[in-house]
Design a protein. Sequence first.
Length: 258
Amino acid sequence: VEPVLSKGNNCLDAAKACNLNDTCKRFRSAYITPCTSSTSNEICNKRKCHKALRLFFDKVPPKHSYGMLFCSCRDVACTERRRQTIVPVCSYEDREKPNCLNLQESCKKNYICRSRLADFFTNCQPESRSVSSCLKENYADCLLAYSGLIGTVMTPNYIDSNSLSVAPWCDCSNSGNDIDECLKFLNFFQDNTCLKNAIQAFGNGTDVNVWQPILPVQTTTATTTTASRLKNTGSETTNNEIPTHNDSPACANLQVRE
């Protein structure tokens, strides 16, 4: 039960708005249950939790799903509610943090995760010379790609209640000679100015002019349905490396139908 007055807590307001929307309330309840129910050996059934979270972000209009995930905050109570949106104790956290490159390899073995990670690398690629700090000048594509990762083994979340920095549940310990590659992967999440600007712009309602790309190319928008977003437009590949500014985006055409 949400309090009547939120006292300026935008994330609480977003949760209340979700409860007033039949679709949002139904799919939110559908993931809260498996993400909080205890089983005999573990705190929850992570597989069912992830599946329900994917349905939530695939089916609920961005106005409501993004409202809870990207709400702007001025205090810790708000940012902590935002961090708890995906029930991180089940969907995000685990007993130990794996190496990020090992987690990436696990993601590549699943066609849904592999495709969505490729989308994230492509659509949230930073570019310091662009107006939005995004190579594609399109916040909607970046937020859609980010939310698409939630409910996969690569599920990201806010790393604390003090910033907009996000990361998957992994670190770069025991990376050996691959430490630079691992840090590059992790920093694409943690220090991604494109993603941070997209989250901040949505939360502040200042993203109106950056929701569509400047060039007249056909891209995915935040209101596109999952079915059309995941239409297969190219052959599959397993080379999901982070693209650089000078390279054509790896796996740009790697998309999949669920």
